[in-house]
Write a protein that binds this ligand. Structure first.
Ligand SMILES: Cc1cc2nc3c(=O)[nH]c(=O)nc-3n(C[C@H](O)[C@H](O)[C@H](O)COP(=O)(O)OP(=O)(O)OC[C@H]3O[C@@H](n4cnc5c(N)ncnc54)[C@H](O)[C@@H]3O)c2cc1C
Length: 415
């Protein structure tokens, strides 16, 4: 016999998007159930970089979070980002904005630990019922609820409102009619944990290496706790298909043969085979909701197309989803028209930023431009500082995509 649970709000997926949404709902006094197919702690293929956006969202989770995160040991602080241009020249950008109560602007934390850290906070809250080891397989719209069925057929959940935070291969997103991956707005990524990689700069910046054969993506080396490193590569899926790129071979060849990379791996040891996962990019507007459901994080394709960061946007969408659900409950409205307000709110908040990142991604098709900016910024302190400010300010980032930026740079570099 199957068990039937009737509930108000069911969140599917307990990654950063789902956990954040549950915590904000609880803060508003709203009960929910949070379901995940995995039993935590669970791994998630990722670069593990916790950007400034994600730290901001940790701050938004409540006054206790800066302290909780400071005491959370499974992380390493990072001072900034080192960009390596196709020319081989690098540009170090310090992340300047440190949030109140935090020690640094950014961190690196293995997702097995970071997601567990968030879920531990969730489990402390009596308004949230966490259900692990349940894979939602069948999703059916009914007149006054959505019915979710587990893969083993033993559990049926009837929810008044469903929150799809179930990642890149979302079962809930299928309700929008989305079935295939749009390769122009999707990337493939590989991650491999290593130990004893050498040559990190002081302050442990994360490193993005834009080599000619990785464009418009990049190879990365991110320092981790315990002399470990997260090493990987990400590239747009349409480029992978068109150029018939074997991502694993490309990753291995960079590690083995690239003159500035391979010496750093001379005494290093891989801790696993490279593992792959998809990145649904936010470079195209898509429906994020329908009757009685909304989508967050990767299920809503909110990954930054230039940097590949998705944790911060997943958490932002989690917070905004909780705000929207609060409205739904107050107005007693869960329909497609009412829920479209959630789509509007998300794209109002993130649309411009995603758009700028897409333009930056397109600029990577002109490697000479990247080389030129890196060369100039290394010589010109004013420009260097201006580009550093772009890390925190999307409006400033917009400047670099405008012809006037280059005009000023050439004819009046101090303005
Ligand atoms: C190779 C790679 C590198 C990346 N590097 C970075 C980085 O350095 N920094 C960064 O910010 N972002 C990075 N990202 C993106 C980041 O990993 C995602 O954007 C982020 O995990 C999205 O969070 P989420 O909560 O939406 O989804 P997820 O973290 O994927 O969580 C979804 C959850 O849903 C559960 N689930 C899935 N299907 C079901 C189902 N049917 N039933 C029940 N549960 C289900 C899963 O078990 C999972 O726990 C990277 C991604 C990849 C692939």
């Amino acid at each position: 016999m199957e068990e039937i649970i009737e509930t108000g709000i069911a969140i599917i997926g307990a990654g950063p998007a789902g956990s954040t949404c549950a915590l904000h709902l609880a803060e508003k006094g709203i009960k929910c159930i949070l379901i995940d197919k995995a039993i935590f702690p669970r791994d998630k293929i990722c670069g593990d970089a916790i950007s400034g956006n994600a730290v901001y969202e940790l701050e938004k989770l409540g006054a206790s979070f800066p302290g909780l995160f400071t005491n959370f040991e499974e992380k390493i602080a990072t001072s900034g980002i080192k960009f390596v241009a196709p020319s081989g020249k690098s540009l170090y950008l310090k992340m300047k904005k440190i949030r109140e109560g935090f020690t640094h602007a950014g961190y690196v934390s293995e997702r097995i630990h970071y997601d567990q850290f968030l879920l531990e906070q969730v489990k402390k809250d009596s308004l949230i019922k966490v259900m692990e080891g349940i894979q939602i397989h069948e999703v059916v719209e009914a007149s006054n609820h959505i019915q979710l069925k587990s893969k083993d057929g033993k559990l049926i959940i009837k929810a008044e409102m469903v929150v799809g935070a179930d990642g890149a291969h979302s079962a809930i997103a299928k309700l929008t009619g989305r079935t295939d991956i749009d390769k122009q707005h999707y990337s493939g990524g590989l991650r491999q944990y290593w130990e004893n990689v050498t040559g990190f700069d002081e302050g442990n910046p994360i490193e993005l290496h834009f080599y000619k054969n990785t464009l418009p993506g990049y190879f990365w080396i991110f320092p981790m706790n315990g002399n470990k490193a997260n090493v990987g590569i990400g590239l747009k899926s349409d480029v992978i298909s068109r150029k018939k790129i074997n991502l694993k071979q490309l990753l291995e060849s960079i590690i083995r043969e690239h003159p500035s990379v391979s010496p750093r791996f001379a005494k290093a040891k891989p801790l696993e085979e490279p593992k792959g996962f998809g990145l649904p990019l936010g470079s195209k507007k898509i429906p994020l909701s329908g009757n009685r459901f909304i989508l967050l994080g990767d299920a809503a394709s909110l990954i930054d197309p230039f940097t590949g960061e998705g944790i911060g946007n997943a958490m932002i969408s989690g917070r905004m989803a909780a705000n929207h659900i609060d409205l739904c409950l107050k107005e007693k409205k869960y329909d497609v028209i009412f829920n479209a307000q959630y789509d509007q709110a998300i794209y109002k908040k993130l649309g411009d930023e995603l758009n700028i990142s897409q333009r930056l991604q397109k600029m990577l098709n002109r490697p000479w431009l990247f080389n030129w900016i890196v060369k100039k910024a290394n010589k010109n302190q004013h420009l260097h500082s201006f580009i550093e400010d772009m890390l925190d300010d999307p409006n400033q980032r917009k400047q670099i995509t405008k012809p006037s930026f280059y005009y000023k740079l050439i004819f009046n570099p101090k303005t």
